[in-house]
Each structure stands twice: as structure tokens, then as C-alpha cells.
Design a protein around this ligand. Sequence first.
Ligand code: ADP
Ligand code: MG
Length: 493
Amino acid sequence: MHNNKGLKSGFGAEAMGSNMEFQWSRVLERLKAEFDEGVYNSWFKPLALVNVDEGCAVMAAPTRFMRNWLQSNYAERIRLAWSKENPDVTDISFIVLSGFKSPDQGSLLDNDEQDENETNSPKVKKRAPSRAASKAAASSDTRVVQNNGGSEFGAPLDPRFTFDSFVVGKSNELAYAAARRVAENTAVHFNPLFLHGGVGLGKTHLMHAIAWANKQMFPERRVVYLSAEQFMYQFISSIRFKDTMSFKQKFRSVDLLMIDDLQFIANKESTQEEFFHTFNALIDHHHQVVISADRSPTDLEGIEERIRSRLGWGLVADIHPTDYELRLGILQQKANTVPDVEIKTEVLEFLAKRITSNVRELEGALNRMIAHATLIGRPITMEMTQEVLQDLLRANDRRVTIDEIQRRVADYFNIRLSDLLSSRRARQVARPRQIAMYLAKALTSKSLPEIGRQFGGRDHTTVMHAVKRIDELRQTDSVLEEDILHLERIFST
Ligand code: ADP
Ligand code: MG
């Protein structure tokens, strides 16, 4: 985990007198009396007071999951406890601060940092977030942060998205190495760095990590991260307020510009035009640019050709779908950050094997397990996992592709793939073909015509016939039944 000491020391130092601390400890006392011990220890104890400002008490939770849970289940009770303690507090909010250890006294301030000299130092003051910032952070759904990373027009950075919390595997090692290179150097080695890959594979995480690391190493640099969508909205508002000059200036004065999800500006011509000029200006001045998108530059439909070609001039790093080891590594790392819940390796292995779509879903599954375990106070077992994640597991099962089915079935029956797809009617290829069609229907969500098309352009009635025929044969032909069970097992692991 990255060092959060800096974050800790800054929070609300000005507003947080010992009186606030005292009130916070009384609020916790009230909650302790109101709830049973398990609930108190799971949900309230890990909280830390950040600040009380203009009637709003801001508290920090160590994970986004906990923040959301508190927000939807306990917000009102906590607010009441506050208002009983201090009638001026009419509102509360939560932010996420990962990696901090909640101290026993439940405050984010270390004792030595509550010393008067320290709290009055300009450094501490500068870091204290405004109430607006805390509130914005608390209400934003996904990207929660304590400050916006020092730039007035970039998007907030998620403090959890650092290099330390990024697990490296074969599928993302190039992207990771390139990201580190960009973060740790002021000299430009490749420009732009273009990261691409499917949804939930860590593009945004890496970009935030670049920003955090770069700011830490070179505090003077101007680092700006924002999504292509935000870039567009800022551009549009600069037109509306007839202020495009300052829009241009501010973007061109940046040392490191990162634009996420570039595919968003597909078919948005004037935004692309502006993007192109900004991009060229920065590159010409040897300022680093990092771009992400869900596909490679050449595949970015709806983006002008001149942009696509320039995007490929630097380093293009592809993030591939995760493999089993990487998924397991990510799960282990995430599980370690959750205190008081024990998850057996066996369960983590099972999840890594079965939830293959993307990291976001993997995290979602883990969070669901943890919520369940905490709620009913039961250890996480295999049985419970299968029960709680039923829908998710089924959805992931269906992600087998027709391609894969065809290859596996051809392998299994020892025939050539081209024969499987051909129009040959010999029994030794026709039956495996029917079996493959049957499995395509059973294991994917593709329609009959779609399956027919992928089997060498056959009619949907042929597929229907195959499905019916194999269904019947399964009842009578025990050898065939064995074959099918075997194949189904292959696809479910
Ligand atoms: P993308 O921007 O590519 O859609 P994100 O960066 O938002 O994906 O990642 C989705 C979630 O998965 C985030 O919570 C992120 O922290 C997590 N994640 C993705 N890849 C990794 C990794 N290699 N190690 C740790 N967490 C990861
Ligand atoms: Mg993203």
C-alpha cells in the first residue's frame, strides 16, 4: 500500500479542535450503545473523522464498499447520533480513504500532528480539503478522493489507484512498465503512451497511478488527468462563454496530460479538432501525453484518420484479458485489505477460475461475499460462494464463445476444424458438428440463426434439428452422453 501519512496529517486540521474529537468519540459511544458489537466493530469502528465544517461532519471509510454500505444503511442513524451530540451538525458525508489504519481514537490526526505548531504549519493547511471537495468526493459514485490532485481542471484521482495496488501479470506487464516509465521520468521516451484494452482491465487505474507517482516525485509538475468526455464538456463550455483562448492556454501549459476513454469523442468533430491541436502542441513541446481507449488507434472508428495515425506514433500498449494467476493475485491483494473477514484460498481460487470477464466483476463478486459474511457473521465457504454468486457464475459460464466450442469439439473428436465447418456429411464429422451446435446453443446466448452463420453459413433449421437430435440421443446413447458431459466439464472450468 502506498504511504498515506501525508493524507492523514492534512485533514481538516484547522477545523478539528479537540472539541470535535471529543464529540466524535461520544458519537461512537452512542453508536456502540445502539448497535450490537458485531455491527459496531464491522461498520463504525473503522470509520475516522475527517472534518466538521459548516454543519457537515465528514467521515472516512477505508473502502468504497464500506462507504456505500454505510451510506445506504446507516447514514441516518449516524446523522442522528451526531445531531444529538452537536445540534449544529445537520448533515454528514462519507469519503473513501484506502490504506489508512483507523487509529484507536478514531481520528485521522496522529497525536503528534495535533500539536499546535504542526496544525498551524502552512503545509498542513494547504492540504486540508474544502468542504466542497469533501462533499463532491462523498457524492461521486466511483472516483472518490481527498483532493483533485492539484490541478484546477483535471478530474479527481482515486487514492486507491496506485502502482502499489496494481497487480502485474503477463497480460498487463507492458502497459505497467510503460506507465512506470512515464511516471518516473521527466524526459519523454515515447509520446504519446497509448493504453488500450477492454472494459475493467485497469486502464484508469494505471493512469491515476501515473498521476500519483509523478506528482509525488516531481511536485512542481502540472499533471492533469481527465476523461475525454470531460475534455469535451470543458471545450463546449469554453465556446459558450467565449473563452476558448484560456481553454487552449490551460491545456497547453500542462506537463503531463492524460485523457481517458478517448473513444468517447468518436464522431464529435469539433472536439476532435480541438483535441488534435492540443495534442500536437503538447507533443511538439515534448510534454508527455497519455491516452487510453477501449481499442487500438487503428480500430477507433469515428475518429479522424490524422488523429488515429498520430496516436500510434509513440508506444501503443495493449492490456489483454486477465489470466488465472493474475486474477488470483488481484483477489488475494483485495482480500488482504479487508480486516476481520477471512476468505479461504480455495474460495479465491474458485472465483479466479470462474469469473473471467473482467477485474471489475471480480471485485464485485468479492465485495458481495464480504457483505454477506459480515451481515450474517458466517465464514465464507465454498457452499456459500456458490449460493451467493449464482447469477454471476452463470453469466460467466455463458461467456464461452462458439469459436472455442468448435475448436474444443474438433480436438475432442480428433477431426479437423475445417471439416467440422464444412458441408461433409460423413457420420464421423456430422455428429461432432451436431454436438458442437448443441453446445453452442446450451452454453452461449447466441440465437439459432447466429449459430448457423458461424457453422459455415447453415440455416437456423439445421441448428434446431441438431439440438433436438442430440437432446434425444442423450437419453439413449450412453457413449454420446459421456462425451457431452465431458465436454461440458471442459467448458465450465
Ligand atoms: P478500465 O479503466 O480499464 O475500464 P479500471 O482501471 O477502472 O478499468 O479497473 C477496474 C477495477 O479493477 C478497478 O477497481 C481497478 O482497481 C481494478 N483492477 C484492474 N486491474 C487491476 C490490477 N492489475 N490490479 C489490481 N486491481 C486492478
Ligand atoms: Mg476506465
